[in-house]
Design a protein around this ligand. Structure first.
Ligand code: GTP
Length: 216
């Protein structure tokens, strides 16, 4: 059985643990801030293989920052979570993006920026104009889509299909001609309070897993 690791990174209280819990248990509950790191596993049956995915939910408090590299180092995918109603959490996600860019070659990791707490959209501080955050290198190589989870599903589906067919380009993709060899950056919004979030994640993660499986 293949093993693939995903790490959740982001400021404290952006909703990383809630997101993992919503995905794994389809539930929501108040939890204390994570200490160090929490760990979940999920078995995913794909057409071609059964894969065991590890989900590393890191602690967002600044005092734990220095240990986060222990968890992201072996990761195949990283979800950089921010709170759409707190701009500083988006700045932190950008810092994570830069750090991962330094640590990984472009074909080594799949990165997804997750704008959480869309129920607070009236207080939104992070606008949709986020493409400017990406470095030219990433912008060229990434799959950047709009802040809609269905587009992530579509984006990742496209990439994995293209990869399965041995193509290295995905010409009809709206914002990026190049299908990266492993690396992708996508964006999507979610809300852990909503039951539908689990379905969104099921779909998005299924694509993510499929995508990762195609790179194993
Ligand atoms: N409004 C709103 N609040 C949320 C949402 N998801 C989580 N929260 C709340 O945000 C707070 C922090 O959630 P956590 O999941 O513990 O956040 P975290 O990012 O894991 O925090 P650390 O463990 O400190 O890194 C809690 O009070 C949650 O109830 C959401 O979608 N919308």
């Amino acid at each position: 059985m293949e093993l693939t690791a995903l790490v959740l990174l982001g400021s404290t209280a952006v909703g990383k643990s809630s997101l993992a819990f919503r995905y794994v248990k389809n539930d929501f509950k108040e939890t204390l801030p994570t200490v160090g790191c929490s760990f979940f596993t999920q078995l995913v049956c794909l057409d071609t293989a059964t894969i065991k995915f590890e989900i590393w939910d890191t602690a967002g408090q600044e005092k734990y920052h220095s240990v986060c590299h222990l968890y992201y180092r072996g990761a195949n995918a990283a979800l950089l979570v921010f709170d759409i109603a707190r701009k500083e959490t988006f700045d932190r996600a950008k810092a994570w993006l830069r750090e991962l860019e330094k640590e990984f070659l472009h074909d080594e990791i799949l990165i997804v920026l997750v704008g959480n707490k869309t129920d607070l959209s009236a207080e939104r501080e992070v606008t949709l104009e986020v493409s400017s955050i990406l470095s030219p290198r990433l912008r060229d190589q990434c799959l950047l889509d709009h802040l809609l989870q269905k587009n992530v599903t579509r984006a990742l589906n496209r990439v994995s299909t293209a990869r399965r067919n041995g193509q290295d380009r995905c010409p009809d993709f709206p914002m990026a001609g190049q299908v990266p060899h492993g690396a992708a950056v996508a964006l999507f919004d979610c809300c852990n309070y909503a039951v539908y979030t689990q379905n969104i994640f099921q779909q998005a993660f299924q694509c993510l897993w499929t995508y990762l499986a195609s790179t194993l």
